[in-house]
Design a protein around this ligand. Structure first.
Ligand SMILES: *[C@@H]1O[C@H](CO)[C@@H](O)[C@H](O)[C@H]1NC(C)=O
Ligand SMILES: *[C@@H]1O[C@H](CO)[C@@H](O)[C@H](O)[C@H]1NC(C)=O
Ligand SMILES: *[C@@H]1O[C@H](CO)[C@@H](O)[C@H](O)[C@H]1NC(C)=O
Ligand SMILES: *[C@@H]1O[C@H](CO)[C@@H](O)[C@H](O)[C@H]1NC(C)=O
Ligand SMILES: *[C@@H]1O[C@H](CO)[C@@H](O)[C@H](O)[C@H]1NC(C)=O
Ligand SMILES: *[C@@H]1O[C@H](CO)[C@@H](O)[C@H](O)[C@H]1NC(C)=O
Ligand SMILES: *[C@@H]1O[C@H](CO)[C@@H](O)[C@H](O)[C@H]1NC(C)=O
Ligand SMILES: *[C@@H]1O[C@H](CO)[C@@H](O)[C@H](O)[C@H]1NC(C)=O
Ligand SMILES: *[C@@H]1O[C@H](CO)[C@@H](O)[C@H](O)[C@H]1NC(C)=O
Ligand SMILES: *[C@@H]1O[C@H](CO)[C@@H](O)[C@H](O)[C@H]1NC(C)=O
Length: 498
């Protein structure tokens, strides 16, 4: 009982896991049969995707994202930036229509003002910082500036001499924009938005950049890149580009602005001049990128600052002009089928059901019995799982052990939460598996319903009317190490007192 109480207590004192890097996904819409916002949100939920970036502020999409817990970065499209940069009233109007009208139901966390303005719309460069300032002023007036960050995504091509990273600097043509921009980011607690495409770096320099280095594959020691000024070792292009951006900022004396990668990815198909746009390379790049980001290990220059990254992109956009690769950056086809199956074993629950068609949440066999009991109690109580199949005489009563019963209950919770990210952790005692734990007539939720009719339990499937979102679902999101340590400490105290 004490354990259960502590579980509730922890809900109150749980610290938000700030600082943990996340993976998001860009949602481009240049698609002949664009899925409806509802279909897109269903795909995001099924894949455990918790962060998205939109290239506009589409009202129907923002409504579909309401009350999903998904964090949303919206964008001021380039064709609206001149108006906003020239008139604070236009900016205020934009914020009213596209932000104030949707929060807090839709969790808008950032506004990307324009896209690669310096390189794709240079005549708007002189008003870029005004546009950011006007948007910021409107957010301040609405008291939303703490929760919504304002910035503008850059192409990494504005960084010159980017290897070795320690010698990098921003193209000096843009200093009159970059200096006030960095001041703005610093004073508002925002971050530099950067698009990082090792694919293009490799395409343009394939004699000097090995493919393995672009794809995060291990390199022989003689091929490892070493920055001779800092002696930092670079094992992949992504880290080198991000560090070049840190050094370019410090060249202008800005040393405390974090970086978020607003786009990164690899195309899965190309024409004859794009031989490295293949399914295998795309899968390798994106799988390794996701593992790299979620490992939260930062870059050689800033090893303690994880780099949150938005993958480019959710869907293949068949209507995009240009070479074949332009239409093949997506993780999914427009019908929701995956373009390839990411290799993400042991890297959390995002895209969890991409690794196979069925995943389950099970108790780790070596887990502490008291923690398993607490997880079981929570799932069957506040978690609103139907635990009646665990009762004596019911199909899942045997084997009558804490680990078996906890496995049933936490899996039922995980399925009930649509396998959302963070719902299979339970303080580290649970993990996702592809092995169906059903046994005998005890059929686990998530195993496909084929066998449900052959059992005599009435409600083996999770109850559809329980829309629980207790503290665990929020609390278990993101890095749980700190929480785990707290729990362990609290538990040891309890054990000592007993
Ligand atoms: C625009 O700026 C002017 C001058 O600074 C100020 O008086 C006015 O209130 C601002 N309008 C809005 C909508 O913020
Ligand atoms: C919105 O997202 C932020 C950043 O992840 C988070 O701190 C906050 O709790 C979220 N708000 C809601 C209402 O979910
Ligand atoms: C720097 O930017 C200017 C303006 O876009 C461009 O003309 C010039 O070529 C860039 N310099 C380099 C070295 O790329
Ligand atoms: C950065 O700071 C150094 C030392 O204070 C100064 O000499 C240099 O001019 C500054 N650079 C810029 C771009 O402000
Ligand atoms: C994960 O991070 C740890 C340190 O935080 C680091 O030692 C390790 O090399 C990283 N692993 C990968 C695959 O990046
Ligand atoms: C997943 O389902 C698809 C379509 O039903 C099938 O083609 C594929 O082989 C399945 N993958 C696995 C790993 O079972
Ligand atoms: C992922 O799981 C959801 C719900 O279980 C299912 O609807 C969807 O088809 C799955 N996606 C893939 C790619 O297997
Ligand atoms: C249902 O489960 C039973 C017991 O595990 C098994 O023998 C049977 O083959 C299953 N039926 C189907 C259709 O999967
Ligand atoms: C129904 O439950 C009884 C008692 O647990 C069990 O003996 C029997 O096998 C179950 N029937 C099916 C079809 O699972
Ligand atoms: C779900 O609905 C049923 C019937 O409407 C009701 O008896 C049950 O208490 C509900 N369960 C929850 C968890 O709300």
């Amino acid at each position: 009982m004490a354990i259960l109480l502590i579980f509730y207590l922890l809900c109150a004192i749980a610290l938000p896991a700030y600082g943990d890097a996340f993976i998001g996904v860009n949602i481009g819409t240049d698609i002949t049969n664009m899925p409806s916002p509802t279909e897109t949100v269903a795909l995001l939920k099924a894949q455990g995707i918790q962060h998205v970036r939109l290239y506009d502020a589409d009202r129907a999409m923002l409504r579909a994202l309401a009350n999903t817990g998904i964090r949303v970065m919206i964008s001021v499209p380039n064709d609206q930036i001149l108006g906003i940069g020239q008139s604070n009233a236009t900016a205020a109007n934009w914020v009213a229509r596209n932000v104030i009208a949707h929060v807090p139901a839709t969790n808008i966390t950032a506004i990307a003002v324009g896209s690669e303005i310096l390189t794709s719309l240079p005549n708007a460069a002189p008003i870029l910082v005004s546009a950011l300032n006007f948007i910021q002023a409107a957010l301040v007036a609405a008291n939303l500036d703490q929760q919504v960050k304002v910035s503008t995504p850059h192409s990494s091509s504005i960084i010159l001499d980017s290897f070795p990273p320690s010698q990098a600097f921003f193209n000096k043509t843009w200093d009159p924009v970059m200096v006030p921009l960095l001041k703005f980011l610093q004073s508002t607690g925002s971050y530099l938005m950067l698009n990082v495409y090792p694919y293009y770096d490799y395409m343009l320099n394939d004699d000097s950049i090995p493919l393995d280095y672009a794809l995060f594959r291990p390199l022989p020691p003689n091929k490892e890149a070493i920055d001779s000024n800092t002696l930092l070792h670079y094992t992949n292009v992504f880290d080198a580009v991000v560090d070049a951006a840190y050094f370019a900022m410090s060249y202008l004396n800005f040393t405390n602005i974090p970086i978020v990668v607003t786009e990164s990815g690899w195309p899965s198909k190309g024409d004859s001049s794009e031989p490295d746009a293949t399914i295998d390379n795309a899968n390798t790049y994106n799988s390794n990128l996701i593992k790299h980001v979620l490992n939260n290990s930062g870059t050689p220059k800033q090893p303690r600052i994880g780099i949150s990254t938005y993958i480019y992109e959710l869907y293949n956009e068949d209507m995009r002009p240009g070479p074949v690769s332009e239409t093949n950056w997506g993780l999914f086809y427009a019908n929701g089928a995956p373009v390839y199956t990411l290799h993400l074993t042991n890297s959390g629950t995002i895209f969890a059901n991409d690794t196979t068609n069925q995943t389950f949440c099970v108790a780790k066999s070596n887990a502490d019995t008291k923690m398993l009991q607490a997880a079981l109690d929570w799932a069957c109580g506040p978690g609103k799982v139907n635990c009646s199949p665990l009762l004596q005489g019911q199909p899942c009563y045997e084997p009558n052990s804490v680990v078996a019963h906890a496995t049933y209950a936490i899996n039922a919770y995980y399925q009930q939460m649509d396998k959302a990210a963070g719902t299979c952790d339970f303080k580290g005692v649970a993990s996702v598996t592809t092995t169906n734990p059903s046994h005998g007539s005890c059929i686990f939720p998530g195993s496909g319903g084929k066998n449900v009719t052959s059992t005599n339990g009435t409600a083996l499937a999770p109850s559809t009317n329980s829309t629980n979102s207790g503290c665990l679902s929020q609390y278990y999101n993101g890095g749980s190490l700190r929480s785990f340590v707290i729990l362990t400490l609290v538990l040891s105290v309890v054990v000592l007192q007993n």
